[in-house]
Design a protein around this ligand. Structure first.
Ligand SMILES: [Zn+2]
Ligand SMILES: [Zn+2]
Length: 225
């Protein structure tokens, strides 16, 4: 549900079940070729991904971007850039009503990397759940009790999980508004705090009880997975 994998199981309308190949962004932990499993599938990336990630590792072995998506000649995956129309959604400027029925909104969320997306699903219960991808990597960062780190890299440059830190800060502020003013339930892709805590019944209701129990046992405290 939190977008760790390419496949996202989502509830739509009255708990209808669907599988959607929707990529938060192009990092390897959120984006994996699936043509071999779902040959008729089409993947979707946010605007700006293609320009930033092409041509990928097949042409440039040093590239971290997957040439199976981004190589102009040797790509194996069928995918498209989401074209909108982009309209406001709560505090965000650019969101797309993906199914055209208001049940699933794909949102442009600048900061983590070009083309980064998050999404908001309207459950059959009436609750809203925000799939927060890597807009923010932990609840403590979201709550502001910790700060996003910048760290030295071997080549002397500075690294950060948010490529555009000011933009990421704005995106996180908008997510806080969604939670505080709109009552949206936030699930960040690498955050396990709500799984360990178990107190958010809207989020935990989306996980099979046995899977939730195993995750609570297996996930170390404060792990960012
Ligand atoms: Zn990422
Ligand atoms: Zn990630």
């Amino acid at each position: 549900m939190t977008g760790h994998f390419t496949f996202i199981t989502l509830v739509r309308g009255k708990m209808r079940y669907g599988i959607l190949e929707w990529h938060h962004h192009a990092h390897f932990d959120h984006c994996y070729p699936i043509r071999g499993i779902f040959p008729n599938s089409t993947g979707y990336f946010g605007p700006g991904t293609k320009e930033f990630c092409s041509p990928g590792h097949l042409e440039d072995p040093k590239s971290q971007w997957d040439g199976r998506f981004f190589d102009p000649i040797h790509s194996t995956e069928r995918w498209e850039t989401l074209r909108g129309p982009w309209v406001p959604f709560g505090p965000f400027d650019k969101a797309m009503d993906f199914f055209g029925d208001g049940s699933f909104w794909v949102i442009q969320a600048p900061g983590h990397m070009p083309g980064n997306l998050c999404a908001c699903a309207h459950l059959g219960s009436g609750d809203w759940v925000l799939l927060g991808s890597d807009c923010c990597h932990s609840r403590s960062l979201f709550d502001g009790t910790e700060e996003i780190a910048e760290f030295p890299l071997p080549d002397g440059s500075r690294g950060c999980l948010q490529m555009d830190l000011p933009a990421a800060g704005e995106t996180i502020a908008r997510l806080r508004t969604l939670e505080r003013d709109f009552g949206v339930h936030i699930a960040l892709a690498h955050d396990v705090s709500w799984i360990l805590d178990g107190g958010n019944k809207v989020l935990t209701s989306l996980i099979e009880p046995e899977l939730l129990r195993i995750a609570q046992v297996k996930c170390p405290q404060n792990a960012i997975l």
